[in-house]
Design a protein around this ligand. Structure first.
Ligand code: 6PG
Length: 260
């Protein structure tokens, strides 16, 4: 496995400041990608943490090239898109319906097929889009992730077989009720990304964030989900960052931990 890329962590006093910084990171990654390849590819997560960021990103006046932007999903629950637990339903309602992105630029997991078929179909569509027909792993420009209290990210849960998947780009994940079966990008796809961005907020994430930061290669799935050649950063609020004790540098009123 290639040596991991750089990691950085920023602690913000408010979620608003965190979202603003992520909007800036998105804009930089987007403009760089469009200048380099003519397009920007991003995979988005569900959950509650990114909602306010999606709302902020959808605000008019950013001048983002949405016609050159391609939106994918980091993971999905196998429910209809109008189900309250649908990640696509969330991303569509908070971001996609508010921006001038062509429908053909949106690659949603086809959850209605059920986990196995949806994973296979998404895998095939990813290979087709990225032209990775002979096995190489597609390289997203940015993958936006959250972190569960158990250390899961996307739908890669501790101890789940999907964590060991190295051939497929997407995997089915069986979950017991009240959760739902899921489809997730696999670790090789996340590790190939140019930028992996984590948004983490709330005191309930402090312990898991510390385990991720302090044990980069042995920790939970969220610790393994880092770019191998690009950048991984963690944007966290003060509550989530409250148990971090690594080296820090103060700059611009935020605590920036420069990680190995
Ligand atoms: C999902 C998400 C998941 C999420 C974490 C954190 O489908 O549930 O993709 O990986 O990012 O569970 O969720 P919160 O942001 O709600 O804490």
């Amino acid at each position: 496995m290639k040596a991991p890329g750089k990691r950085a962590l920023r602690v913000f006093r408010t979620k608003e400041a965190l979202d603003g910084f992520m909007a800036w990171e998105w804009t930089v990654a987007c403009r760089r990608a469009v200048a380099r390849s003519g397009r920007f590819t991003a995979a988005l997560s569900g959950g509650t943490t990114p909602v306010s960021f999606y709302v902020r990103l959808a605000a008019p006046g950013r001048g983002l090239p949405w016609d050159r932007t391609y939106i994918f999903q980091a993971d999905e629950r196998c429910v209809p898109s109008d189900h309250p637990d649908s990640n696509f339903g969330l991303i569509e309602s908070k971001l996609l319906r508010h921006i001038p992105i062509p429908q053909e630029n949106i690659y949603a997991v086809r959850a209605e097929l059920g986990p196995e078929a949806a994973a296979a179909e998404y895998d095939a569509r990813l290979r087709d889009f990225f032209g990775s027909t002979n096995g190489e792993i597609p390289r997203f420009d940015l993958i936006l992730l959250g972190m569960g209290e158990d250390g899961h990210t996307a739908s890669l849960f501790p101890g789940d077989a999907a964590l060991a998947e190295t051939r497929h780009l997407a995997a089915a994940v069986a979950r017991a009720a009240p959760d739902h079966d899921r489809v997730t990008l696999t670790l090789p796809v996340i590790r190939a990304a140019r930028v992996v961005a984590f948004l983490v907020a709330g005191a309930n994430k402090a312990a898991v964030l510390k385990s991720v930061i302090d044990a980069p290669e042995k920790g939970p799935p969220a610790a393994l989900a880092r770019s191998s050649a690009g950048r991984t950063f963690y944007l966290v609020d003060q509550e989530a960052g409250s148990r971090l004790s690594s080296r820090e540098q103060r700059s611009a009123g935020e605590r920036v931990h420069v990680l190995q």
